[in-house]
Write a protein that binds this ligand. Structure first.
Ligand code: SR1
Ligand code: MG
Length: 420
């Protein structure tokens, strides 16, 4: 099946093709029409043989889990359909459904480069903007598990490995120069990149109707928007995001895009929702993860659980060590040896610095921008206001001081240095 590659119109001005939005009742027939129902077993085509449950959870799409009626606890298939608008906002905020093509493209690369960290991909239907994937509904979304107080285990290690494998293989170290240029062209994702530029690297720093914040930080939000140093540095990061084509990214690697089976060291970690994928700065993927584990740390800290807070903040070290360890392991296999070992150190230092800056951008939008998170907004008051303030102040530090933070311990100290 070929992916749509035609350019989509810019967001907010879009005329998208008309296509039916699937309902649970449509799903068995839809899968049958695509020849995929039989993946659930030879008798799955019989009437009433499967059950369908809608589990849409993120901001954008519909997700349905399809299981055998006779064994509803056994994983089946997941059907994911992109809506032509932002699900949690409604039709007044159009958003390209062609993002499903970007997601399918990313899953094809991930199936090759990091299969241990992604659900199996069963295909993409460009007429209905629908993907069919392995059902991993028996795993938990990491953000939900974290909010419920679960320790992180060594998810950071898995994410560091995931980012290293995806990014090394799709960088100029893992691909011939001409193939890389084709990858950059094929992976262009204009509307979703524009959304990130707005959500993470734009709107929080101006007065915008999308923004909101806890009333306890009204004055702080105003100060941040008037802070020239911060504004300059977010401009630098925005430009890095727009121009630095280092490697294929997941593009939205927060804790809502990660599913886990448990905190134990051999737990399964599955990275989902790569619809924001494009060729960009590697630090962006690490930074989104770091922001969200640091927010989880601040949540645990304001709730008085310092040990759990330190475990969450420790994910920055875990992921950075796993990322750099894997990148260094792969380095001797680089195809372009003009890049020497000294260059590698310069390169990794740049990834670290970018990662901290993007972590600041991601955390800031969760405090004063549009897409808030239950880690903060689910807290009672006054802890919610305290957490929001700490996240906003940490965000500024990460953005403005990113060039001077030497390692993960300094970052954890920044996040947890304040009173609980
Ligand atoms: C309007 S979309 C808001 C956010 O949801 C997605 O998960 C991305 O993180 C995006 O920035
Ligand atoms: Mg998402």
């Amino acid at each position: 099946m070929t992916a749509h590659t035609e350019p989509a119109p810019a967001s907010g001005t879009a005329e998208y093709p008309k296509y039916p939005l699937l309902t649970p009742a449509d799903i068995p027939g839809y899968l049958r029409s695509r020849g995929l129902l039989a993946l659930l077993g030879p008798d799955a085509e019989a009437p009433g043989a499967v059950t369908v449950r809608e589990v849409s959870d993120g901001n954008l799409n519909h997700i349905f889990l399809v299981r055998r009626a006779a064994d509803p606890d056994a994983p089946g298939l997941a059907v994911k359909q992109a809506l032509p608008y932002v699900r949690v906002h409604g039709e007044s905020w159009p958003l390209t459904p062609y993002r499903a093509a970007a997601e399918a493209r990313a899953y094809r690369h991930l199936a090759r480069l990091a299969p241990e960290f992604t659900p199996a991909f069963h295909g993409y239907d460009p007429d209905n903007f629908t993907l069919v994937l392995e059902d991993i509904g028996h795993l938990r979304v990491l953000r939900g598990a974290t909010v419920d107080g679960a320790p992180p285990g060594d998810v950071g290690r898995g994410i560091g490995l995931f980012v290293a494998r995806l990014s090394f293989a799709t960088s100029d170290f893992g691909m011939p120069s001409q193939d890389r240029k084709r990858l950059i062209a094929e992976s262009i994702n204009p509307e979703l990149c524009e959304l990130t530029e707005a959500m993470i690297l734009g709107e929080p720093y101006i007065e915008h109707e999308h923004n909101r914040n806890h009333p306890a930080i009204d004055d702080l939000a105003k100060q941040l928007r008037a802070d020239r140093e911060l504004r300059r540095e977010i401009g630098v990061l925005r430009h890095v995001f727009m121009t630095k084509s280092e490697a294929l990214l997941h593009g939205d690697l927060h804790t809502g895009s990660i599913m886990v089976s448990g905190p134990e060291p051999d737990a399964r970690i599955a990275v989902i929702d790569p619809e924001f994928s494009y060729v960009g700065p590697i630090g962006f993927d690490l930074g989104l993860f770091w922001a969200n584990v640091l927010i989880a740390a601040i949540r645990a800290d304001v709730l008085g659980n310092r040990e759990l807070a330190e475990a969450h903040a420790g994910q920055v070290r875990q992921s950075w060590e796993a990322f750099t360890g894997e990148f260094r392991r792969l380095w001797p296999s680089r195809i372009d040896t003009i890049f020497d070992d000294d260059f590698l150190e310069v390169f990794l230092a740049g990834v670290w610095r970018d990662g901290l800056g993007f972590a600041g951008g991601e955390a800031m939008r969760r405090a004063i921008g549009y897409a808030h998170v239950p880690d903060i907004d689910g807290l009672p008051d006054p802890e919610q206001g305290r957490a929001a303030e700490r996240v906003a102040r940490l965000s500024r530090d990460l953005i403005v001081r990113r060039g001077g933070l030497a390692g993960p311990d300094e970052v954890a100290a920044l996040a947890l240095g304040g009173a609980g």
